[in-house]
Design a protein around this ligand. Structure first.
Ligand code: PDD
Length: 284
């Protein structure tokens, strides 16, 4: 069945959703994006995604005001028109169409595109099975705090991970883990600390990360925001990733070595349960 997508003010059949070949999103990855999960037909953490979008647009000086665009209304309408119970809404805003030039035009009209993808999220098998990751150097640009569509390197690494027979990559820089290909990375120590890299331009400030850290503190875990090494992760009791679509998913193996006993553990399972409960309570 054909989806309904959204392009610059119009809801259209997906075959009619078109963007110019001169769009700077296509030519320069001059675009920012958000991925918002949908559960039971409702949006997870919408306000936080909108706030981060606003920040990304500001950092890129793309002249688009999310608050004036009723993005919530557009998200809801797309979910409704596509009868989406569970999955995601993808939103992208590029600087728009202009003759190819390295100079960013100041007066362009941004291109706004949204589409849905149906996916099983809450009962995804990875949550029960756990992820096997390999490590690799983090060769991305150094403004990873901005959610741009410049995703070539993480896409290459994710593909390499699957070709190597594992599920994903944890990227490493100067000896410390930065992130997964499209997720934040965390560990839980034997003495009840949750260690996660502090916010900086080295990583994306994950919306799921922020929610899970707050919930972890409420359950009595001590949250320590600092870089950690792969050896620390291997010595941890449990490890996990967070993202809008993975929620909280255990990592059971790094470079062929088991984390903890090599199986998904109870604390990560509890964090996932709690995140899902809270998210379901606050759906928009
Ligand atoms: N990616 N770090 C990176 C590099 C990411 O691409 C993502 C999310 C995250 C987690 O952020 P959040 O919890 O806000 O989703 C961290 C999305 C899901 C994607 O590109 O599909």
């Amino acid at each position: 069945m054909s989806r309904t997508v959204y392009v610059n003010g119009a809801f259209l059949p997906e075959s009619e959703g078109q963007v110019s070949i001169f769009d700077r999103g296509l030519l320069f990855s001059d675009a920012v994006y958000e991925v918002t999960a949908v559960l039971e037909g409702g949006l997870v953490d919408f306000d936080a995604h909108q706030a981060r979008l606003q920040r990304s647009l500001g950092e890129m000086s793309i002249a688009f005001d999310p608050e004036a665009a009723d993005l919530l209304g557009i998200h809801r309408e797309l979910v409704k028109r596509n009868h989406l119970g569970e999955g995601l809404v993808y939103l992208q805003i590029s600087r728009g169409e202009a003759d190819r030039s390295f100079v960013q035009p100041k007066d362009g009209a941004p291109t706004l595109v949204l589409f849905t993808q149906a996916m099983s999220l809450a009962n995804h098998p990875d949550a029960a099975r756990g992820l096997r990751v390999m490590t690799g150097p983090d060769l991305r640009w150094h403004r990873r705090d901005i959610k741009t569509t410049q995703l070539l390197y993480p896409s290459m690494m994710k593909t390499a991970a699957l070709e190597a027979g594992v599920d994903d990559v944890w990227m490493v820089e100067n000896g410390f883990v930065t992130e997964g290909s499209s997720s934040n990375a965390h560990i839980l120590t034997h003495d009840g600390r949750l260690i996660t890299r502090h916010l900086s331009s080295d990583i994306l400030g994950g919306i799921t990360r922020a929610a899970v850290l707050a919930q972890a503190e409420e359950t009595g875990l001590t949250v320590e925001t600092r870089p950690f090494t792969v050896d620390e992760a291997l010595a941890a009791r449990e490890a996990f990733i967070t993202s809008a679509t993975a929620f909280v998913t255990p990592v059971i193996e790094i470079d062929g070595h088991s984390v903890g006993d090599g199986r998904p553990g109870p604390q990560v399972a509890a964090l996932r349960r709690r995140y899902l409960e809270e998210s379901r309570r606050r759906l928009q």
